[in-house]
Design a protein around this ligand. Structure first.
Ligand code: AMP
Length: 297
C-alpha cells in the first residue's frame, strides 16, 4: 500500500499463529480475499514476483518466512541457509500486508508428531536426492494453509516438483484454496534466481549462467528425438563444461513426474535438472512442448 506522501508501507510482522489468525479473520469479515506466499526468506526478485502475483489474485497478501527445519536433511544446509529478515521486510514494502515469521517452537511445539506425506509426485528426483524433504515441505505447507486459510497460494515454477506435490496435496485433502504458479524469474543471463546463489563462488557464476541455455539445447534435441540420446548429450555437455556431480537430468510428465522416453503432444512435459557447482546445488527446469518444431517458414 502507498501512504499519501508516496512512501510504501512496511508489512506488519507476526510470529504467532493467533496473531496471524486474528488478522486474517478481520480481513475476511471485511470481505477481503487472502493470498499466501510461502517462503524461506532471503528474498529475491523471484519471491517478489510471487507477492505481486498474489496481489493480483487477492485483496490482502501474507508472505510467510520460515526456514523449515523439517525439510532439511541432517547433512544439509539448515544452519547455513541465508537469513535476512529485516531486509526481507523492506523488500516487501507495498507488496505484502503481513509477514508471518513464526519461531520453530510455534510451528513444532514439543510433542509434535504429525507428518503429511504425499506419494506420487514426491517419488524420484528431489525425493531421492533429499529423503524426507517433501514430507517436511508438505507438512509445513499444510499447516500454513490451515493457519492462514488463504483463498489462493502462489508458488514458483522454479521448484517444479514441489509445485506438483503441493497441487496433489491440495486435491487429495480437498483443501479449499487455489494454487497459482508463477514462471521462474531469471537474471539477465538466464540463471534462475535462488537464495542459495549467494553462495556461488565468483568463478562459478559464468558457468551457472550457462545451465539454462543447456536445458534449451536438450529440450530442442528431445523434441527432435530420440529423448534418451538428447539426455545423454546433455549429461555429457554438463560434465565437459565443468559442472559438478549431476543428481539428475530427466524428461518427465509435467504433472505426475513420471519419466518419459518420448514426447506425447497431448501432455505437457518438463525437463528437470539438479547439478552441483562448487558448494551450491543448482535446480532448474523448462517446459517441453510436445511436438517437434516444424521446418522454418
Ligand atoms: P524458497 O523460499 O526459495 O524456498 O521458495 C519460496 C517460493 O519461491 C517457492 O514457491 C519457490 O518456487 C519460489 N521461487 C524461488 N525462486 C524462484 C524464482 N527464481 N522464480 C520464481 N519463483 C521462485
Amino acid at each position: 500500500m502507498t501512504l499519501p506522501d508516496g512512501r510504501l508501507t512496511l508489512p506488519d510482522v507476526t510470529r504467532t499463529v493467533p496473531g496471524l489468525r486474528d488478522r486474517v479473520a478481520a480481513w475476511r469479515a471485511g470481505g477481503r480475499r487472502i493470498g499466501l506466499v510461502p517462503t524461506m526468506g532471503a528474498l529475491h526478485e523471484g519471491h517478489l514476483a510471487l507477492a505481486r502475483r498474489a496481489r493480483e489474485e487477492a485483496d490482502r497478501v501474507v508472505v510467510s518466512i520460515f526456514v523449515n527445519p523439517k525439510q532439511f536433511g541432517p547433512a544439509e544446509d539448515f544452519e547455513r541457509y541465508p537469513r535476512a529478515e529485516e531486509a526481507d521486510r523492506g523488500l516487501l514494502a507495498g507488496l505484502a500486508d503481513l509477514i508471518f515469521a513464526p519461531d520453530p517452537a510455534a510451528m513444532y511445539p514439543p510433542g509434535f508428531a504429525t507428518a503429511v506425506s504425499v506419494a506420487g509426485p514426491s517419488a524420484g528426483f528431489e525425493g531421492d536426492a533429499r529423503p524426507g524433504h517433501f514430507a517436511g515441505m508438505a507438512t509445513v505447507v499444510t499447516k500454513l494453509f490451515v493457519q492462514a486459510a488463504p483463498d489462493v497460494a502462489v508458488f514458483g515454477e522454479k521448484d517444479w516438483q514441489q509445485l506438483q506435490v503441493v497441487r496433489r496435496l491440495v486435491r487429495d485433502l480437498d483443501l479449499p484454496l487455489r494454487i497459482v504458479n508463477h514462471p521462474t524469474v531469471r537474471d539477465a543471463h538466464g540463471l534462475a534466481l535462488s537464495s542459495r546463489n549467494a553462495r556461488l563462488r565468483p568463478e562459478d557464476l559464468a558457468l551457472a549462467r550457462r545451465l539454462h541455455g543447456i536445458l534449451g539445447e536438450v529440450r530442442e534435441a528431445a523434441r527432435r528425438g530420440p529423448v534418451a540420446e538428447a539426455l545423454e548429450q546433455g549429461r555429457r555437455s554438463l560434465d565437459r563444461l565443468g559442472f559438478g556431480p549431476l543428481d539428475y537430468l530427466a524428461l518427465v510428465d509435467g504433472e505426475t513426474l513420471a519419466p518419459l522416453e518420448s514426447l506425447d503432444p497431448a501432455r505437457p512435459a518438463r525437463l528437470l535438472v539438479a547439478v552441483r557447482l562448487g558448494p551450491v546445488r543448482l535446480l532448474d527446469n523448462v517446459e517441453v512442448p510436445g511436438a517437434a518444431a516444424g521446418p522454418p517458414g
